[in-house]
Design a protein around this ligand. Structure first.
Ligand SMILES: C[S@@+](CC[C@H](N)C(=O)[O-])C[C@H]1O[C@@H](n2cnc3c(N)ncnc32)[C@H](O)[C@@H]1O
Length: 212
């Protein structure tokens, strides 16, 4: 399989990757054959999946617009994925031009492509990190991303908990962000199979029960 120029050498393009499969469903261009083959296989039992994921992006955009319109100008986007139409900084700045956004992901393609897109924008930062390590994420979001934790930070965790190892490791329970910090999360509630980053779903009772 030929390696596309946007895929760093360390990326195993023979195995599907969550961020790239998601990109495929959204109609993006950062996916390869293994992603598309896997993605198609999942569509047999879940043909509505691309529509659900587009709706998830729509929800993300509505949340960001509403939160920014309410005056929040700092965003922490966990599991931000490969940039696509309607990224958080674009939505936030439509309402609050000076909004600051820290994106967090551990997928090399998402990181590389986000850094290219955000180059030269001093009010955005792409943090390559595991969001299951909140202490590190917050420390770097302050030191490199310029977030001020004494003021509200909108914590976004949309469709990204697929790698959480237990139901009680929600990346939205962030001690360290101020009391007025809004949080938004979505979870898939069906098992979609195996990728390079194993996917785990939760049922709605588990997510309701966690209160997040
Ligand atoms: C399905 S995409 C969702 C993208 C975006 N949040 C959205 O809702 O459109 C999930 C992303 O979460 C990232 N991710 C999953 N577990 C992660 C972890 N523990 N740390 C950092 N990123 C993670 C994946 O690499 C992927 O890019």
């Amino acid at each position: 399989m030929d390696r596309p120029p946007w895929a760093p050498d360390e990326v195993d393009i023979a195995a599907p990757g969550v961020a790239r499969v998601y990109d495929y469903y959204l109609g993006g261009s950062h996916n390869v054959e293994s992603d598309r083959t896997f993605g198609q296989r999942v569509l047999d039992p879940y043909p509505a999946l691309p529509a659900v994921l587009r709706e998830n992006r729509g929800f993300l955009r509505r949340v960001v617009r509403r939160v920014a319109a309410a005056g929040v100008d700092q965003f922490l986007d966990l599991g931000s994925g490969i940039p696509t139409v309607g990224n958080v900084h674009e939505m936030a700045r439509a309402a609050t031009p000076g909004a600051r956004v820290v994106y967090v992901d551990h997928d090399p393609v998402a990181i590389t492509h986000s850094r290219e897109l955000l180059a030269g924008d001093p009010r955005t930062y792409m943090l390559a990190a595991d969001f299951l390590d909140p202490d590190r994420v917050l420390a770097e979001a302050v030191a490199r991303g310029g977030l001020d934790l004494d003021r509200p930070v909108a914590v976004l965790a949309l469709s990204c908990c697929t790698s959480c190892r237990t139901p009680d490791v929600p990346p939205t329970s962030w001690p360290g962000t101020s009391g007025g910090s809004p949080r938004a999360a979505t979870w898939p509630s069906a098992t979609v199979g195996r990728t390079a980053s194993p996917t785990r779903s939760r049922d709605s009772a588990a997510t309701r029960g966690s209160g997040r």
